[in-house]
Design a protein around this ligand. Structure first.
Ligand code: ATP
Ligand code: MG
Length: 329
């Protein structure tokens, strides 16, 4: 089985973009691939966090992975910080990554402009930690959005650099573009992607939000001039709503357009809000059950970390030996 690794940063709240664009796909990949899914809490430390909030978000995100259908028997689900090998391999890779290539990363440039008060070294070496995440498990495939493409390229470069300098050690991963999987846009500016760290909460819908909030946010979603429900590039607002409808209802764009022929945006919004409420309800119910049993949740994460650690250790020992560190007895 090919190995797939993916993770999300515990910042903000998980949105229907994260669900329809990532989580839902992860669930379908589980049976066909050997999957590792993490909550990348170490990455989250590159921006200032309120410790208590970060802690509860890590558990909440894990529970949302599980509630969305990640099966802890089939997949390995864990918190990044529970497997210390991530930080250890990242150190070795840091010594092989060049300042030049790291400072050229678009995301570093963006983030250091946006967080001028906290341009810490972790922001610069973030992609090296990501490389460690992937290479530790010899992952073949990494699902990446466009914003992570450059980082995966660096991961590949570091893997090849290590393999050449020492000897064949790391699998060089490929980007994985799922066959299906929607790209969901912001409800307030449909030319931007929906993002869980958007400062305007009306721009996204959270997986755990109540029916009232969902209905209100859909009602407020920006639409375009024109009235008929038709998918086209000049009308990103309605097109986005159609995309979300299609992802939830399983209908094709054509079927949705036909269904709303002679009707308007209001009808689309009304139906879409109900689809979301119904679609998210079972996830929210499972989530509440999981969060009601914290000990059970922590046990699942402990088992996941243990499985991950065994695999990570194997790679890290090889790496330590090859670079010339003395094995601990
Ligand atoms: P942030 O603003 O903190 O970067 P984000 O919503 O972009 O938050 P990420 O943690 O960067 O979330 O990404 C988690 C996963 O969700 C990735 O696999 C990413 O491709 C996917 N994803 C994020 N936003 C969307 C979206 N709008 N549509 C589809 N997939 C998305
Ligand atoms: Mg992102």
């Amino acid at each position: 089985k090919k190995i797939i690794l993916s993770g999300m940063q515990p910042s903000g709240i998980l949105t229907i973009g994260n669900y329809l664009g990532a989580l839902k796909n992860w669930v379908t990949l589980q049976s066909e691939y050997d999957c590792l899914f993490m909550v990348v809490d170490l990455h989250a430390l590159t921006v200032k966090q309120v410790p208590a909030d970060l802690r509860s978000r890590c558990l909440s995100f894990s529970a949302q992975y599980l509630a969305s259908g990640i099966d802890p028997e089939q997949s390995t689900i864990f918190l990044q910080s529970h497997v210390s090998e991530h930080a250890e391999l990242a150190w070795v890779l840091n010594t092989m990554a060049y300042m030049g290539e790291l400072s050229r990363m678009t995301q570093f440039k963006d983030k250091s402009q946006r967080h001028e008060e906290n341009v810490n070294a972790g922001l610069l070496t973030y992609p090296v930690l990501m490389a460690a995440d992937v290479l530790l498990y010899q992952a073949n495939l990494v699902p990446v959005g466009s914003d992570q493409k450059q980082h995966l390229e660096l991961t590949r470069d570091l893997a090849q650099r290590f393999n050449q300098r020492y000897s064949e050690t790391f699998t060089v991963p490929e980007p994985f573009i799922p066959k299906v999987g929607a790209r969901i846009m912001s409800l307030q500016d449909p030319t931007k992607k929906m993002s869980k760290s958007d400062e305007n909460p009306d721009a996204y819908i959270g997986i755990l939000e109540t029916p009232e909030v969902i209905r209100r946010k859909i009602k407020r979603a920006v639409t375009d001039s024109g009235t008929d429900v038709r998918f086209d590039e000049t009308r990103p607002g309605v097109s986005n709503l159609i995309t979300i409808h299609a992802a939830l209802s399983g209908k094709s764009v054509q079927e949705i357009e036909d269904h709303f022929a002679g009707k308007g945006y209001g009808d689309l919004k009304g139906e879409l809000a109900e689809l979301l409420v119904e679609g998210l309800a079972p996830i929210q119910k499972r989530y509440a059950e999981l969060m009601g049993d914290k000990t059970g949740l922590e046990q699942i994460l402990a088992r996941g970390a243990e499985r991950a650690r065994g695999r990570a250790r194997r790679t890290l020992s090889k790496v330590f030996r090859k670079v010339g560190l003395v094995p601990a007895q």
